[in-house]
Design a protein around this ligand. Sequence first.
Ligand code: SF4
Length: 233
Amino acid sequence: RTLTELETRLVRCRACPRLVAWREETALAKRPAFADWEYWGRPVPGFGPADAAMMITGLAPAAHGANRTGRMFTGDRAGDLLYATLYDLGLASQATATGLDDGLELYGVRVTAPVHCAPPANRPTTGERDTCRVWLVREAQLMQPTLRSVVVLGTFGWQAALSALEEAGWSVPPPRPAFGHGVRTTLTPAGPTGAEVTVFGCYHVSQRNVFTGRLTPAMLRQVLAEAAYTAGL
Ligand code: SF4
């Protein structure tokens, strides 16, 4: 299978009843500012080239961001900072992400999430996380020939990404590293032909983290730059 084929199947997934209901209800109960939008209201696939060397994975689509636009981190404040920083590092064609037809391209980077549907209060259950893991496992397996670094935004994503990468064929060194901003750990490939993948922890680019100064633009830039360097970008 290719990533495109995987995405075609993903956008039809209805495995989590609570999230299916929420993503569709939100698509109908639009924010006034987006009244003229036809919300995506489906699972949001990863975004970026299939041969990316670097993956960025967050938590889940935002109800009025990616669940509206159909692209990860597109159309919300968190994405504004993320894509502006990627542009600054030469990893994106432009600094802004507003919708599927905005012309944005990523260079060597793929942005995805461990949960592909918008959850109520931005909080998927652990059961929903486990149900959705199969998609991230397959995405990582398909990226395996080129993938060299992964930036994980936030604690929830950290646990989910390590489990998915393990299931995809990499070994996490014991003791299992805990999430922290600036933490990094190197996963070894299962087979002789695979390559190591270095996983970087980074506070989530949520509006709250940025507003309170827990994550500054400089802190984000540093982690992304290190991950890009590790990936040879
Ligand atoms: Fe399917 Fe994942 Fe959405 Fe659940 S969260 S319905 S597993 S795409």
